[in-house]
Design a protein around this ligand. Structure first.
Ligand code: HDE
Length: 686
């Protein structure tokens, strides 16, 4: 049985305390001077014998390792997983059978296309990789925040990644899919269409890693004690719901705070607002896989939740930030081949390719085969085998018999018996061929399903995204090719995109839209909460302290994070002479870093703010980005200065004379709604 602290106790052995001793070299020699190198006289040449200088520079020169070829930019955290009920009927994996165990975990979230230093808020898929440190070894779900993928066969992965990464001749653009090579790949590879719908949707712009779903994508197989197999898809559902930024905002955030998602995760954990996700499974009994109009082995397809419900089976809580980014987040080596007894693969050709790729890439990235010994990669289970040597071996095997079978080492280690991992004995026979199955041929029905399931505002965002991306494509025939493919998805969509990118719209649909939808796909149907939302309260000297206090305390009670912003840092003087502490100075922040804005009353404060362009713009821009807006007393005047129409509660604009409970409740509801897309914002100058 594992407990949440087991992994942390293991890591303790590796944590180093900078205050535990005086400064030393790497080999422990005391260092008394590290600011001046050893020279001949004060102005003479540096001496080679200065071993401390040489070591310091050499270590510096060797600090870098290759960044991940994809998913280079990421952030990670530790946590634990608690099972709700035993899944012994389906799997012998002990951590999925024992509800008394709490399994330590490590999660890494990432973008895909950008380099290590690229901004967080680009339009991209997000990686959602989870490691379970179980007593039977490490189990990794190396998933994404979208449930399908661009390609069906892993042999296409290098082609796809070459197309989406910055173009090879000039290494432009960074962390963006809006360029010719990606869309050229897309137009010639119609299997990308379903995933492109997800990528052009708001799913590609998560408000927070804490507010996005995760998916194992492939169909895996659970195997129980009796050897019976059940197909499974893994899902993570965030407790706070699935929410996204708007496109204009993401681009501004990329400059104002390139670490936006990383910082959000870090701060939430530091402040004890631990991110939570529910693990769900879709189970399909072996033998019933033929009942769908798609192939379970095709990673460009979902199993609609309405056909096979997602059964919640446990809860993941992330409650500890890493101590050192490089040691833990950069060196973590996920591999979807890391499975434990009771969890097995399927013949999905994308999955099969990944089984090769992850180990291969770690050998290069982490410099040899001993990377499983790195603290973050070490399992809690005991490791015992005849693997030996290689760079940076840290174990000291005591046996002289590093082979099996042996008599000189007492025959050790003995082979595992009933605990051993056994592969599902799937019966297979066939010819060696290179051919896609006919059951993988339908590239459009589920793209149409996704489109049909979107709320009107989600559809508008998808059209705008296609127009933006294709608008950056120089080759006209590539734009035309994409529009042609879109016409297989939905005629109206194809026409709307064509009209925005200077392409002749198709005159009729290729096929009639099948009209089916899956409500679970829409972000309109997600959970809503004001918890952990950042809310700006704009103040200046002369503000109503009563308003500030009521709003701040009321929002805190709802679990939100109110921050008082003023033209300068420190404190402002309220109308009644009290001191109101300022959280941040306006020039150091921006509305795109907040979920909502409130303007308290106080005639002098509002007058000052209305003459401060950055305060006015703050409000206008928040309105433009559909965020909840609140105003009390004279604060309402700033709304009209900022061209914010009082659309009322329906449009997330909450105004009042006095700060009472009803105001805070309405404001909380408006914040929880996340965005108010029923506003007319086209003419708003921000
Ligand atoms: Fe990956 N992928 N991938 N991938 N992937 C990597 O492994 C690869 C795919 C995913 O936070 C690499 O350690 C191939 C699907 C995540 O460290 C590499 C194929 C899904 C991460 C690799 C895929 C993913 C990676 C790069 C097609 C969602 C980041 C560095 C056959 C289910 C893990 C590394 C982390 C990382 C290969 C497709 C998710 C090169 C060949 C589908 C979350 O091995």
């Amino acid at each position: 049985m594992t407990s949440p602290d087991d992994k942390q106790r293991q890591l303790d052995a590796y944590r180093t305390d900078p205050c535990a001793s005086e400064m030393t070299t790497d080999l422990g020699i005391p260092v008394g001077e590290t600011d001046n190198s050893l020279t001949v006289g004060e102005r003479g040449p540096t001496l080679m014998e200065d071993f401390h200088f040489r070591e310091k520079l050499t270590r510096f020169d060797h600090e870098r390792i290759p960044e991940r070829v994809v998913h280079a930019r990421g952030a990670g955290a530790y946590g634990h997983f608690q099972l709700y009920e035993s899944l012994a009927e389906y799997t012998r994996a002990r951590f999925l059978c024992d509800t008394s165990a709490s399994t330590p975990t490590f999660v890494r979230f990432s973008t895909v296309a950008g380099s290590r230093g690229s901004p967080d808020t680009v339009r991209d898929v997000r990686g959602f990789a989870t490691r379970f440190y179980t007593k039977e070894g490490n189990f990794d779900i190396v998933g994404n925040n979208m449930p399908v993928f661009f390609i069906q066969d892993g042999i296409k992965f290098p082609d796809f990644v070459h197309a989406v990464k910055p173009e090879p001749h000039n290494e432009i653009p960074q962390a963006s899919s809006a360029h010719d090579t990606l869309w050229d790949f897309v137009q010639l590879q119609p299997e990308t269409m379903h995933m492109m719908m997800w990528l052009m949707s708001d799913r590609a712009l998560p408000r927070s890693f804490r507010m996005m779903q995760g998916f194992g994508v492939h169909t895996f197989r659970l195997v129980n004690e009796a050897g019976k197999g059940t197909f499974v898809k893994f899902h993570w559902k965030p407790k706070l719901g699935t929410h996204s930024l708007v496109w204009d905002e993401t681009q501004k955030v990329a400059g104002k705070d390139p670490d936006f998602n990383r910082r959000d995760l870090w701060e939430a954990i530091e402040s004890g607002q631990y991110p939570e996700y529910e693990l769900g499974v879709q189970l399909v009994p072996e033998g019933e896989e033929g009942r769908f109009d798609f192939d379970l082995l095709d990673a460009t397809k979902i199993i609609p939740e309405e056909e096979v419900p997602v059964r919640p089976v446990g809860r993941l809580v992330l409650d500890r930030n890493p101590d050192n980014f490089f040691a833990e987040v950069e060196q973590v080596a996920f591999h979807l081949g890391n499975v434990v007894p009771g969890i097995d693969f399927t013949d999905d050709p994308l999955l099969q390719a990944r089984l090769f790729s992850y180990l291969d890439t770690q050998l290069l990235r982490l410099g040899g085969p001993n990377f499983p010994q790195l603290p973050v990669n070490q399992p809690l289970a005991r490791v015992n085998n005849h693997q030996q040597d290689g760079p940076h071996q840290t174990r000291i095997p005591e046996s002289r018999a590093m082979y099996h079978k042996n008599s000189l080492g007492g025959g050790c280690p003995a082979l595992a018996d009933e605990n051993a991992y056994t592969h599902f004995p799937e019966y297979l026979a066939g010819h060696k061929i290179r051919r896609r199955p006919e059951s993988f041929a339908d590239h459009y029905s589920q793209a149409t399903l996704f489109w049909n399931s979107m709320a009107d505002w989600e559809k508008e965002h998808i059209v705008a995204a296609f127009r933006f991306e294709l608008g950056k494509v120089d080759h006209h025939h590539v734009r035309e090719g994409v529009v042609k493919n879109l016409n297989h998805v939905d005629h109206d969509l194809a026409v709307a995109v064509a009209e925005g990118v200077g392409v002749e719209p198709p005159d009729k649909p290729v096929t009639e839209n099948h009209g089916r939808s899956s409500p679970a796909l829409s972000q309109a149907n997600t959970a809503h909460s004001p918890a952990t939302r950042k809310i700006a309260i704009l103040v200046a000297d002369g503000v109503s302290a009563e308003d500030v206090g009521a709003v701040r305390d009321g929002l805190r009670d709802l679990g939100a994070i109110p921050e008082v912003l003023a033209p300068r840092d420190g404190a402002v003087r309220s109308a009644d002479g009290a001191s109101v502490e300022v959280t941040r100075a306006l020039p150091t922040v921006d509305s795109v870093l907040y979920d909502a804005v409130v303007v308290p009353g106080g005639a002098e404060s509002v007058r000052t703010l209305s003459q401060d362009g950055s305060a006015v713009y703050f409000l206008t821009e928040a309105y433009k980005h559909y965020k909840a807006i609140g105003a009390l007393g004279e604060g309402r005047e700033l709304l009209s200065t900022a061209h914010v129409p009082d659309g009322g509660l329906d449009q997330g604009v909450v105004v009042t004379d006095r700060p009472d409970g009803a105001f805070v409740k309405e404001l909380g509801d408006a914040v929880a709604a996340h965005r108010h897309f029923n506003r007319e914002t086209a003419a708003v100058p921000a």
